[in-house]
Design a protein around this ligand. Structure first.
Ligand code: THG
Length: 369
């Protein structure tokens, strides 16, 4: 497949780390929240193996924050998500589907409760800030909504704990998953969470003090030498194996959280108020008619730029493939697909046409591993 350059401009924002990652061999970008997000440092497969064994530093500044503060901030944040945040705690992160009045997904951010009247919504790729402002204006909420200068650096991989302990001490290792706290480096305080878009363990540093963040970036490579630290980025293979969903790829505004297996983050039985609650109750009562599932395909190469039809023996469309990659673990292509009822059973077989050739596939549960 021929590759094309991304024409950079002010609209497609660089990050404070861009010049560093380009020196270090970033070889592909995607655009996320109108910002550059590295998509590869050479071979995806090499990076996958490295991520599962060692430690990587990721420029994920494109995971932008929408800050909501003020008297009605808790009301607004709750209005946007079907996850019950009434018992949420300061110092914790919450993975939350944001939905509209029709229960269509708007985004699937991590929400950080900074204070009782101050939240960060760490967004996937859609303009949540406009949705939030619209709701605040329509409801005459007393809130302030803006995008703060926060540029996340992620430290991911099994050796991330050792690397972070070298700089921040034992306390950082003892932090709970999806907890966050503040840590000092080079005279600046950084919010650090135990989180990240891989299942290999690690941290996310919400850098507000750019100078100190850049010094920290360099420190990771200075101290990480013996841990085989490398620059990296969210890895397509690892994230599919781990079933970390990607908004815009695996699901979008035409899908609801129950179709996407996000049931765990849908709370319909408490008295909280959120958009789409009645609609979701209705959908739950009727039962969904399609579902995101895993698929395995008997081929070793795939390149997805749009959804691809999944067919039964008689060529009837039974669903669509939305993401896919060659998995070294399964030695075949694996992917995430939206499948119609009743074709979503584990072991359902199917056919799929890729580049003019037909391949056999099988449905499976998520996550793969
Ligand atoms: N970190 C931060 N912001 C983000 C992402 C991130 N914003 C965009 C995007 N990623 C949002 N999507 C996800 C999807 C999954 C998870 C985090 C963000 C995730 N899920 C865990 C899981 O599925 O096991 C845990 C969820 C839980 O149980 O609460 O981590 O990566 N800052």
């Amino acid at each position: 497949m021929k590759n094309y350059f991304v024409a950079k401009s002010r609209r497609i924002r660089s990050t404070p780390y861009t010049s560093r990652i380009e020196k270090q061999g970033a070889s592909a970008y995607t655009v996320y929240n109108h910002m550059l997000l590295p998509a590869a440092f050479g071979s995806l497969e090499d990076s996958y193996h490295h991520l599962k064994k060692h430690v990587q530093i990721w420029d994920v500044a494109a995971e932008r924050q929408v800050e909501i503060s003020g008297k009605d901030s808790a009301k607004l944040v709750q209005l946007m998500t079907c996850r019950d945040l009434s018992k949420s705690k300061i110092g914790r992160c919450y993975y939350c589907p944001i939905i509209d009045d029709k229960a269509g997904l708007i985004n699937d951010p991590v929400i950080l409760k900074l204070d009782n009247q101050r939240w960060w919504i760490s967004i996937a790729d859609s303009d949540v800030i406009l949705f939030a402002k619209g709701l605040a204006i329509g409801n005459k909420f007393d809130v302030k909504i803006f995008e703060p200068n926060v540029d996340i650096l992620a430290v991911q991989g099994p050796k991330s704990f050792q690397l972070m302990e070298k700089i921040f001490g034992r306390k950082i290792v003892e932090m709970k998953f999806f907890g966050f706290d503040y840590f000092e480096f080079g005279g600046a305080k950084h919010l650090i969470a135990k989180s990240g878009w891989s299942k290999q363990g690690g941290y996310e540093i919400y850098v507000e003090h750019t100078e100190s963040g850049l010094a920290l970036y360099d420190k990771f490579f200075e101290l990480g030498n013996e841990l085989n630290v490398k620059p990296g980025c969210p890895n397509l293979i690892e994230r599919i194996e781990s079933a970390l969903l990607s908004y815009g790829n695996d699901m979008d505004n035409n899908d609801n959280p129950l179709e996407c297996g996000l049931d765990k983050y849908v709370n319909l039985d408490t008295d909280i108020n959120f958009l789409g609650k009645e609609k979701l109750k209705e959908i739950k009562k009727k039962g969904v008619t399609r579902k995101l599932m895993g698929v395995k395909i008997e081929t070793k190469e795939i390149n997805i730029t749009k959804s691809i039809k999944i067919l039964d023996e008689k060529n009837n469309e039974i669903g669509e493939l939305r993401s896919g990659a060659y998995s070294p673990h399964f030695d075949k292509v694996i992917g995430i697909a939206m499948l119609h009822k009743p074709y979503w059973n584990n072991s359902q077989t199917f056919k799929i046409e890729l580049n003019g050739k037909r391949f056999d596939g099988k449905v499976c549960d998520l996550p793969f591993i």
